[in-house]
Design a protein around this ligand. Structure first.
Ligand code: SAH
Length: 268
């Protein structure tokens, strides 16, 4: 197979599957994700993809790391789009593997736009997004008839040091707010939600490495969470959940890696 596709040659067009790898626990990959990984010629994967997901790759598959650094996003995003198009034009079956769901704060939309513009056939395999996976493993129901009839997913990614969010909407009662990439701006997030009307005592949790053996959850309130997270040196990836549903964690927390391992062993 030629390495470079030249216009007019007869290399058949390949295919790209944009695949979600779930929030961390490799058992949360879908069957379809595993099947596509198994037969891929090339897997282009991100930083938050569980390493165990790559274990299904066949021998000889090209594993290409496309992890992004905060400060170099734009340039690298274009490179990734170009890489996907090039690999497909070389006739490869490509898996573009992303953490969580590929279309939720994952820039998957931009990548499939580039594929569509280049007439590269593609498919999308949804994954369990951090909000549902991490909340479930933390024992926090994102909606609950007694607490929240709505749930909002928002990115707390800082733009020029400020967060351009619709604070009035986020501070509404009877909803759960889930903030992706909110660790850096945690203090600002909590402060603004209070300033826009949420009680200081609103339950809020930050969960680090959710669904993974090292999962840590800090459950506090809007007025205390930022200080506690910084005292306990919470690191990325971490998800912020705000709303009275967080209170349920006290009685519903169930995940402990040892217990899950025991259950798996008992079932095998
Ligand atoms: N497409 C992904 C999100 C990518 S943005 C999805 O659907 O989940 C990356 C952010 O997701 C992180 O900064 C963090 O806020 C959140 N995240 C992803 N995995 C996580 C995990 N295992 N534990 C806690 N937060 C996680």
């Amino acid at each position: 197979m030629s390495l470079v596709s030249v216009a007019g040659d007869h290399t058949p067009m390949g295919h790209v599957a944009l695949v979600g790898a779930g929030p961390g626990d490799p058992e949360l990959l879908t069957l379809r994700a595993v099947r596509l990984i198994e037969c891929a010629d090339a897997i282009v994967y991100d930083r938050l993809v569980p390493p165990a997901a790559l274990a299904w790759a066949r021998k000889g598959a090209a594993l290409i790391y496309a992890g992004k650094q905060r400060s170099r996003h734009t340039l690298l995003q274009d490179d990734i789009c170009r890489l996907l198009v090039r690999l497909a034009r070389e006739g490869k079956r490509v898996v573009r593997l992303k953490g969580g769901d590929p279309l939720i704060f994952g820039r998957g939309g931009e990548e499939i736009e580039a594929l569509a513009a280049s007439a590269v056939p593609f498919e999308i395999v949804p994954g369990i997004t951090a909000a549902s996976g991490v909340a479930a493993y933390a024992g926090i129901p994102l909606t609950h008839r007694d607490h929240a009839q709505a749930c909002v997913f928002v990115t707390g990614h800082l733009k020029d040091g400020t967060m351009d969010l619709d604070w009035e909407m986020l501070a509404r009662p009877r909803q759960t707010v889930v903030v992706y990439m909110g660790l850096l701006g945690l203090a600002v997030l909590c402060r603004e939600l209070i300033a826009h009307g949420l009680p200081r005592s609103t339950p809020a949790a930050i969960i680090e490495q959710g669904t993974l053996p090292d999962q840590r959850a800090i459950v506090a309130t809007l007025s205390t969470l930022a200080a506690r997270a910084s005292r306990q040196a919470i690191k990325s990836p971490a998800l912020l959940i705000v709303g009275t549903v967080v209170r349920l964690q006290r009685s519903l927390a169930w995940f402990s890696p040892e217990r899950t391992a025991l259950a798996a062993a008992a079932g095998s």
